[in-house]
Write a protein of this length. Structure first.
Length: 100
């Protein structure tokens, strides 16, 4: 894996992480929701989305690991918000990619 890092730019690697995280309709739904409101709770999402809570948790984990969202524990719930800085970075990276 380290050899691959020498070949690709950091922007290419970051774009790939963001793209992977956005590669599922549930994750796109979550991101779309968070662009329209400040934050949401995982419990609220589980009431809206027709998927198991464990599956939702995995989708949230993917978005969080990519840095697109951040979560804060507010016992007994977790509040998720967009990571505004990384969301803007993703927008710029994808805009650059699509405008080439």
């Amino acid at each position: 894996m380290d050899d691959i890092k020498l070949f690709f730019t950091e922007n290419q690697m970051q774009s790939a992480r963001f793209a992977k995280a956005l590669s599922h309709p549930v994750r796109l739904y979550i991101i779309g929701l968070l662009t329209k409101q400040a934050c949401c709770y995982s419990g609220d999402l589980s009431e809206v989305l027709p998927i198991a809570k464990s599956t939702l948790s995995q989708h949230l984990k993917e978005l969080k690991n990519a840095g697109l969202i951040q979560g804060e524990i507010e016992t007994p719930k977790i509040r998720y918000c967009l990571n505004e800085e990384n969301w803007e970075k993703a927008r710029i990276l994808f805009e650059d990619l699509f405008n080439k």
